[in-house]
Design a protein around this ligand. Structure first.
Ligand SMILES: [Zn+2]
Length: 99
């Protein structure tokens, strides 16, 4: 029998009546270039690009940032909390005392 626990709170999710949610997060670099503005096409930029192309020491291969995939098992309670605040912003808010 495979043993599952909630990756957030540690609750045992192996029982047949336990509802388990699987969260798959795929993080990949977005390599789409932002649209160019007319200032981007200034002569200095074009000249610098031409210099880079003419430079024999410029590497032809560029190492691209890697993608990552995470898979989490969550109990119903933690799944609800995750959906409400996927980045955990509420936990990072600074709380001031009322004194
Ligand atoms: Zn949980």
């Amino acid at each position: 029998m495979r043993y599952y626990t909630c990756d957030n709170c540690g609750k045992d999710l192996s029982k047949t009546d336990s509802l388990r949610y699987t969260v798959t997060i795929h993080i990949q670099p977005n390599l789409t270039a932002p649209p160019m503005e007319s200032e981007d096409l200034a002569e200095d930029s074009i000249g610098a690009f031409a210099d880079m192309l003419a430079d024999d020491e410029t590497p032809l291969e560029i190492e691209l940032p890697k993608a990552h995939t995470l898979e989490l098992d969550l109990c119903p309670h933690c799944q609800s909390r995750f959906l409400a605040d996927p980045l955990g912003r509420e936990n990072r808010k600074i709380r001031f005392s009322s004194n």
